[in-house]
Design a binder for this molecule. Sequence first.
Ligand code: FES
Ligand code: FES
Length: 862
Amino acid sequence: MTAIETTTVGFTVNGTPVAVRADHPHLLAALREELDITSPKDGCSPSGQCGCCTVLVEGRAVVACQTSLAKAEGRSVVTLEGFEDDERQRFAEAFAACGGLQCGFCIPGIVVRAKAQIDKKGADLTRGDMARHLGAHLCRCTGYVKVLDAIEAVAAGKELEASLPGGVGTSGARYEAGELTLGDRAYVDDIRVPGMLHAALHLTDHARADIHRIDIESARKAPGVVAIYTAADISGELRVGIIHTDWPIMIPAGGRTSYAGDVLAIVVAETRQQARAAAELVTVDYGVLRPLTDPREALEDPELAVWGTDSNTLSVSEYRRGEVDAALSASAHVVEETFRTQRIEHAFLEPEATLAVPDPARGTMHVYSGGQGVWDDRNQIASVLGVEPQRITVELVSNGGAFGGKEDMANQAHAGLAAWLLQRPVKCVLSREESLRMHPKRHPIEMAYRVGCDAEGRLTVVQARMIGDSGAYASVGMKVLERAAGHASGPYHVPTIDVRSVAVRTNNPICGAFRGFGANQAQFAMEGCMDRLAELVGISGWEIRKRNVIRPGQVWGPGQVMDDGCLGAERCLDEIRPDYDRAASSGRAVGLGLGLKNSGLGNGFKEHIRAVVRFVDDGTVEVRHCWTEMGQGVHTVALQVAVTELGIEADTVRVITDTTRELGAGQTTGSRGTLMGAGAVADACRAAKADGCRVGVDYEGEYRVDWTHHLGEVEQPVIHSAFGYAAQLVVMDPETQAIEEVVAVHDVGRAVNPLLCEGQVEGSVHMGLGYALTEDFPADAETGQPTNMTLRSLGILRAKDVPPMRVRLVECPQPRSPYGIKGVGEIGLVPTAPAVAAALHAADGLWRSQLPMKPKRTADQD
Ligand code: FES
Ligand code: FES
């Protein structure tokens, strides 16, 4: 008898015989949804492309979402929960001690794969072998370097012991590292509450279409369906948005869709499978319209791309210093080039998940969110429900990666609405495809540059014209293009500058925040111009950067007079010089990138950050801050500041982010968590000390950055309070164009935890190499629909393709910043793509101006 014909299927899990319903779509669903075994994570089911759900079947590592119950029947299935205690301990200690995890979502699957290999090969398991076996896995955070360090240590039988870090400046394991490694620390989808229902969304078939009618009758009759909601059920605001309130939670009948991720209905059912199956039965009568997919054409088109807006121009950012035409005429050399960057997907491995749990007796609701700003989530959910924000508590569940892609709400309001209307707990988890369709991406930007220098290679003028495709809804697209404009001249002093940057609304996928926030695109262009000028002048890439690097007292970009913090730029250059010279003189093709990226919001925004420290009678100390832990280590930063300021043991600290205290400070973006969180926690600790650290008292601290200016507000504005700097070197085989090594020198101001800081850089370089060479998220020009709808098609580099990396941290403290911190997450990949472009040019003499770039051999084959 086959599994399909039976009502249950039997196998053993971790040595215990089980019988599960036969209708699960795969083994992963049976493990997670029926047996509540949650160490195998669901990053992409049923496609089998991320490796997060890896388990052992008869001792062989397999992805459970590609394993049918028929294949599992009668077999032995082992998950991390079933490993021997000492083996669990060895992996947990090794990953924690080596810094082998960030968000942790991919790690349990990787540990299972590692065990299978170590069982086979023991100490003979080589790093290269293991990297090849990790081909079935994706990690978006670590760049695999420290993952492989940890596996090597376990294979070699090294007894590592992880310890929490001490105060600021000490290396140590990240907060909750052991639990994350073993898959024991719950993400939102791992949380179960009694009576919980599941919601699934019905998305539009067309990026731009009038919605004539939404028919839910067939779906309503489907098995397990409890309720179906459309926009007609929203009693509060239809639209949300972090800056502009233009993003409809659902499109009503009579409304119009504006991108492929628009939601038309929420289906609530007893199980996730039932909800998703029923969501497919919703039928919609569309009046299909021509989508506007070319941003240049959208600027001229009299038709509005986006329903409910009044212009296809989302924003214009511009500034000018000096006489550009005269400066260009007087320049000894001028480079004129148009650069284009591609749209990129964040590919965080945990798809968006929300669990909303109403309390009918109190008329309140508790929402577990993996978003990047719990206060924004709370306020927006409340606005959709039409209730006071205080009736909603949002608790952050540290998420499985975000990189900016979880700033906007995804399904928080949908889960919240369904739970509120039903007065029952509702969980909503996006499928990978829904995640790809719904959340904002990195902007594709077209950048026309004219850059001049004198005969010695000193910059005279930069002119830049940028057009960014922001997709349908605003998100933070105007800020990204503003940041691209601000960073247009890179980390250099330029006497004359003229920049104009336009964000355009189209019906393409929405673009918003993504690590680097516009700085990556602008500096790919600017660094490309620097290398072209260096060739015209006859000096090296290093030398032209040295002659122009920004120094204290000089005017930068939009007019900011830089302080001593900018010493970091030159320091990075000087530190990388020996590597640059050595590689160049040994005949390798070398490329250098130098970059800067602001931390915080700046631009005149008054940033007021709060934190609370509270001594509890069980001897622990709660540290409550405003920020989302998404693998970048902000909880560990908060812990280390508390240890520094209070002189307490690290293992007594408990870090919490929820909305029970009014600490709201917007999104966890731009290294705000590390820099400003540290300032606020330190202040709270000082308040506690001044009052004798009494038990049960909320000691509130704050950190303010209220001294920055809007562009044009004053003559010499402080646009940003801090910047991080980095120089990266790409060393390439001139014949094969294979990257042999990346050297990354980063000025972080102060490395709060050097081990974790290094890991941030490694992960960034991995992401940057993908950005440079392989990643893309295009949309069809006729339909506006994204065309790469699986993780595999995104072009993310696998472990075996990642070249060796050497990371060096330098510390040029930022004046006025807590402990001198500048932040590391944002700047990470700013210099990577330009460095790859320069190395490719050194290898084959071709200048590249478009991402992703192709090595010559591949380009010739096209
Ligand atoms: S969830 Fe199974 S491989 Fe991604
Ligand atoms: S630690 Fe691997 S995806 Fe985050």
